[in-house]
Design a binder for this molecule. Structure first.
Ligand code: ZN
Ligand code: ZN
Length: 346
């Protein structure tokens, strides 16, 4: 089959590899769509031995069931399915309490295995998936649904974990209106009476945010947090979602969160968090404010995102590329030329 395979450090190829063969508990999907995430760019460019190679990339994957192992139940040939991002162990203390995105089987600061970052992913014609990591798509269009697996589930999880501060009348600040942020705005818009402030360096993205449910926009700049304070009576946002995570956005997040508010860091931009423990000095962390790093989401969160999409309450802006043109798609994403999410179609 044709696949987008990272062969070695900085060596990404579109070429033919053997078709995967499903084991007893696996389903074989004929891939319909595979989204490209910023973390794919990171993996493709990394020199670190952190990632297994060769590996087929792709962790936002949908497809049709075309084969399955002898022990698989509940699936039929032709069913549409989406692949869960967190291939957790199912048995550790985190998995047992339902936090499968925080599975600790691989260690304290690792992440659960994710397809395309360990096991082979879905930027290919076929993908082998353990059946327990599949969620039914119903009659959703599988091409435009592929990014639900990460671009929707990751913000959904961060928002779900902020519900205690997202009461009616609260303000939510969304930093970065790209793949994750443009869905995050739509999910926040489903909550009653939450005012949404969108922040980005790109004017066009801010315009998009307004059409998706944002009430105010702030242009990303060193004074962005001051602008958020102006909009919120000097107190800041009750929930801050940083979907970028570089030094500029983490500083804005710290300076824009309200006392008792919640800062959720989902962006993997490698920024550090410049806060001091004493609220009254330097870059003081406001009293009572929470700081949380948010990774992916649970299988339940993915099911909720599929439901929101089926109800038409979230729509993912998608730009499709043929699988054969994957390297062009990676380049366009890198140049910032992709609106919403790039999806490869075999
Ligand atoms: Zn991702
Ligand atoms: Zn586990």
């Amino acid at each position: 089959m044709k696949a987008v395979q990272l062969v070695g450090p900085r060596d990404l190829r579109v070429h033919e590899i053997p078709d995967p063969v499903p084991g007893p508990r696996d389903v074989l999907l004929k891939v319909a769509g595979a989204g490209i995430c910023h973390s794919d760019l990171h993996v493709a460019h990394s020199e670190q031995p952190l990632f297994r190679r060769p590996v087929v990339l792709g962790h936002e994957v949908t497809g049709h069931v075309v084969d399955m192992g002898s022990e698989v139940a509940g699936w039929s040939l032709g069913d549409r399915a989406i692949v869960h991002l967190c291939w957790s162990c199912g048995e550790c203390v985190a998995c047992r309490r339902g936090d499968d995105n925080l599975c600790v089987a691989t260690g304290r600061r690792a992440q659960p295995p994710a397809p395309g970052l360990g096991p082979d992913g879905g930027m290919a014609e076929f993908m082998k998936v353990p059946a327990r990591f599949l969620v039914p798509l119903g009659d959703l269009d599988p091409v435009t649904s592929a990014p639900l697996a990460d671009a929707a589930m990751t913000p959904y999880h961060a928002i779900e974990q902020s519900r205690s501060v997202l009461k009616p009348g609260a303000t939510a600040l969304v930093i970065g209106i790209g793949g994750l942020g443009h869905v995050g705005v739509q999910i926040l818009a489903t909550l009653p009476d939450v005012r949404i402030v969108a922040l980005d360096v790109d004017e066009l993205r801010l315009k998009t945010a307004l059409t998706l449910g944002a009430h105010d926009t702030v242009r990303g700049c060193p004074d962005a947090a001051a602008r958020v304070l102006e909009l919120t009576g000097g107190l800041g946002a009750d929930a801050v979602f940083d979907f970028v995570g570089n030094d500029a956005t983490t500083a804005t997040a710290v300076d824009a969160v309200a006392p008792g508010g919640m800062c959720q860091f989902s962006g993997l931009g490698g920024g550090s968090i410049p806060a001091s423990a004493e609220a009254r000095t330097g870059r003081g962390w406001p009293w009572g404010a929470w700081l949380r790093s948010s990774y992916g989401g649970t299988r339940t969160d993915l099911e909720a995102c599929v439901r929101l999409a089926q109800e038409g309450r979230i729509t993912i802006e998608v730009e499709t590329f043929p699988l054969a043109d994957a390297l062009d798609a990676f380049r366009e994403l890198e140049r910032g030329n992709v609106r919403g999410r790039a999806v490869l179609v075999p």
